[in-house]
Design a protein around this ligand. Structure first.
Ligand SMILES: Nc1ncnc2c1ncn2[C@@H]1O[C@H](COP(=O)(O)OP(=O)(O)OP(=O)(O)O)[C@@H](O)[C@H]1O
Length: 449
């Protein structure tokens, strides 16, 4: 891959993107080579930074690994564009946006538009910020590529934009200059006005599918002309944001590489991952890379039909405790509430996958966390309880979005979870099985406890 300009690697799950991102960092920062320069390796969440720092060889001196948001905050601080506690947390953001909807509604004729669920407005504002849109004209003009579910008519866009502006006013009045979505707009603008030498010559993005186009644009502005951006991503694993395409960033990428070999999963686990990615709710994703079947043989994923939820919990814990003696075992669930069920029982005997995780231990042991927190990681055994039709897709998400959108959203989460397993996968459910899993019986070994 060239050391100047922009390159993209699109790869399937377990195809070595993270591994290669680290090798690339080693290559681009190697001081004996002519292209060498300080290198920044960015990823999406803090757990993955901890994991990458664990994988990183100690001799990589000229490489910094952090999340995009740490980088953004640090840079703006350096430019005196930050003040104490000036980034809006998600709860306050939700409250400010809700206030903004009500404030704008008061100035209009009664309309169903304002009665839409709060999530609709949150998502729309995230989408607008993610695309770096900063004026009503731009918003009215923009074509809604890749976002079929909330295609807001052009007539309603001025009202929506008014809500966005009111939200920013309320937020600013509360001392919050940014939120986690519009900070990238400020970073890009700041770099465009900043003529000082750049700190990093090369930037590598891992898990790039979750970076908004504006984040990527801000990174392109952060490097010198002889620098490089290397993008590693898998669109099937996009689990944050509003399914924005990284391609909307408009980078000039003369060549891209496709990684089709899956080095992580056994053939049987990969086949289930592939079958999920072929389900209807995955269709129409641009840039999806279809994996080749791995060579490593293993057992079929186990599908355990339990009589009730308690039995699912009991079996998950039992399997984790016995497996965790010799292997790394992760119990992965949908949300924090479900995670609590396991953390309260496992306590200090297990590691919670969480942003505050400081050290990564690769040895045997039990891990637990949400699907989101497991992003980019891998374990010998993955146990996924609560694969019940009324739990996945999430009913609240469906209520505030749509059935189709719920399937698409949670289908990707489940894909991420399933593809974390290296050798064994245990799937637990009660009653009706989630429609997110394929019905093909040959993909599983069914077990009744
Ligand atoms: N060329 C290779 N040969 C053998 N094993 C490899 C190779 N590249 C990566 N691996 C191993 O395959 C596993 C998956 O690699 P890695 O985590 O880099 O994949 P990834 O593409 O980032 O996955 P994901 O997107 O699913 O998180 C790791 O255990 C890694 O050590």
């Amino acid at each position: 891959m060239p050391s100047v300009g922009h390159s993209a690697v699109l790869g399937t799950a377990g195809s070595g993107k993270t591994t290669l991102a680290l090798y690339r960092a080693a290559y681009l920062s190697e001081q004996s080579l002519p292209h060498a320069g300080r290198t920044l390796l960015l990823t999406f969440n803090k757990t993955l930074v901890t994991y990458l720092n664990y994988l990183k060889p100690t001799e990589l001196q000229n490489v910094r690994i952090e999340t995009y948001h740490t980088f953004a905050r640090g840079y703006l601080n350096n430019r005196s564009k930050m003040s104490w506690n000036c980034i809006c947390d998600p709860e306050s953001r939700n409250s400010f946006i809700s206030q903004a909807v009500k404030a704008v509604e008061a100035g209009y004729e009664p309309s169903k538009f304002f009665k839409r669920p709060l999530d609709f407005f949150l998502d729309e504002i995230q989408w607008i910020f993610g695309h770096g849109i900063t004026s009503l004209d731009e918003y009215v003009e923009v074509e809604r590529v890749g976002r079929i579910d909330t295609n807001l008519s052009r007539k309603l866009r001025p009202v929506m934009y008014k809500i966005l502006e009111t939200y920013v006013e309320i937020r600013t009045a509360n001392g919050k200059l940014y939120d986690w979505d519009d900070i990238a707009i400020s970073v890009r603008k700041e770099f465009e006005e900043d003529s000082s030498p750049r700190l990093y010559k090369h930037i590598i993005v891992d898990e790039g599918q979750d970076f908004s186009p504006e984040m990527i644009r801000s990174l392109a502005a952060a490097i010198p002309e002889d620098g490089s951006i290397s993008f590693f991503g898998d669109v099937a694993q996009q689990i944050y944001g509003q399914r924005m395409s990284w391609r909307s960033a408009g980078l000039n990428i003369p060549q891209q590489w496709l990684f089709k070999e899956n080095y992580r999963n056994t053939k049987q686990i990969a086949q289930l991952g592939l079958a999920i990615s072929k389900m209807t709710f995955f269709q129409g994703i641009p840039d999806l890379v279809e994996p080749l079947s791995p060579k490593a043989d293993g057992a079929l994923p186990t599908l355990v039909e339990c009589k009730d939820r308690d039995q699912q919990i009991e079996i998950a814990l039992r399997a984790a405790k016995s497996g965790g003696k010799t292997q790394s075992v992760a119990i992965l669930v949908k949300d924090r509430a479900q995670e609590m069920i396991f953390s309260s029982v496992l306590g200090a005997n297990a590691t919670r996958l969480h942003r505050d995780l400081q050290v990564w231990n690769d040895g045997p042991g039990i891990y637990h966390g949400t699907f989101h927190a497991a992003k980019g990681l891998e374990f010998d055994v993955v146990i996924i309880p609560f694969l019940d039709a009324d739990n996945l897709p999430d009913q609240d998400y469906i209520a505030s979005h749509s059935e189709e959108d719920g399937l698409r959203h949670d289908g990707r989460l489940l894909y991420v979870a399933v593809t974390r397993a290296k050798t064994s996968l245990v799937l637990l459910f009660t009653g009706e099985l989630t429609p997110l899993l394929p019905v093909d019986e040959s993909l599983y070994q069914r077990v009744k406890p």
